[in-house]
Design a protein around this ligand. Structure first.
Ligand SMILES: [Mn+2]
Length: 324
């Protein structure tokens, strides 16, 4: 796909990404908006560019430039957009913006999720790409990239590669990072604040969950819990407990981590993490949840002492399948 060709005759561009946008979704949306603005300026054209994203965390707001393109749905064009880009997701998971995307004269979809149904007229879907930002970088004409575009792309790249530590990190990801760093943004601060930093409350919650966690199945499974009473005592909200399951999974020897937190009396939100040896998606599906092989979630009802044995049984079964 050639980006310049896709926007050749347009007067309006809409851009969106998935619900609950992460660093890759925001980085891809805003870098694309900034890039197209430069491309249109170079061609001497006036084109309206609107980006539609659900609210996203403060640390991403702080470090991803281009927020000037954000548009509320009520301020959108009433006429159909000439072209609508969906990035880091299929059209069907774009939330409020889906209606605008469906109504547009043409849809372009750029994504790296294997589950993308590819329903747009123009699709650039590569599940081998580490991130949508990596895919976008491949499509961008390099002389048009500037400091802010580079920074937005970089945040997306580090988000989806886990700062270059996940197995999706390839030579192309590292070459891209090397090229982007030359623009001189403060990558050390960005990594620290978008990736590693936690609030004091998040630290305390993590400490509490870890210190009260239990090992099962000969140390291959770790389980952490947080009751409603504990959550209230700490004054924690849902975003304060994000990432706890991944931290549980860092425990040496474990193949799987389960984190349960009680969001109403005897109602548990469950977050599962694993290495590739345990398919937690199939565990979550048993409780009408879902996700990926390595990360999944579900909701369950009941007292912990009834709920937990079910998880132990299902996870032991999954481990049995792969001989782990
Ligand atoms: Mn992504």
């Amino acid at each position: 796909m050639n980006l310049r060709d896709e926007v050749r005759d347009v007067c309006s561009v809409g851009i969106t990404a998935h619900e609950k946008p992460d660093g890759d979704a925001v980085g891809a949306s805003l870098s694309l908006a900034m890039y197209l603005e430069k491309l249109f300026a170079e061609e001497g054209r006036e084109v309206r560019i609107d980006v539609f994203l659900e609210p996203y965390p403060q640390n991403l707001q702080d470090h991803i430039p281009g927020a000037r393109f954000l548009c509320k749905k009520e301020d959108a064009l009433t006429a159909p957009y000439d072209v609508f880009f969906a990035v880091d997701t299929g059209i069907g998971r774009t939330g409020e913006a889906e209606e605008l995307a469906r109504k547009a004269k043409k849809r372009v979809n750029i994504d790296h999720h294997a589950s993308n149904p590819g329903e747009a007229e123009v699709c650039e879907i590569d599940k081998a790409a580490s991130s949508t930002c990596e895919l976008l970088y491949r499509l961008m004409e390099k002389p048009l990239i500037d400091h802010d575009i580079a920074q937005a792309l970089y945040v997306g790249l580090i988000t989806d590669t886990g700062c270059f530590k996940y197995s999706n990190t390839g030579p192309e990801s590292l070459r891209m990072a090397a090229d982007l760093l030359r623009f001189g943004f403060d990558f050390a601060k960005i990594v620290q604040e978008t990736f590693f930093e936690r609030t004091f409350l998040q630290q305390k919650i993590l400490g509490k969950v870890l210190s009260e966690s239990t090992l099962y199945l000969d140390g291959r499974l770790i389980v952490g819990t947080l009751t409603r009473a504990a959550l209230q005592e700490l004054g924690a909200r849902r975003e304060d407990i994000e990432g706890v399951s991944s931290d549980l999974k860092l425990t040496a020897g474990t193949h799987c981590a389960v984190f349960l937190h009680e969001d109403a009396e005897n109602s548990w939100r469950v977050s599962l993490r694993s290495d590739e040896r345990v398919n937690v998606a199939s565990v979550a599906e048993h409780f009408d949840g879902g996700g990926h092989v390595r990360a999944a979630g579900c909701k369950v009802q009941g007292a912990l002492k009834e709920v937990l044995p079910e998880f132990l049984r299902l996870i032991a079964e999954e481990m049995g399948k792969t001989g782990e």
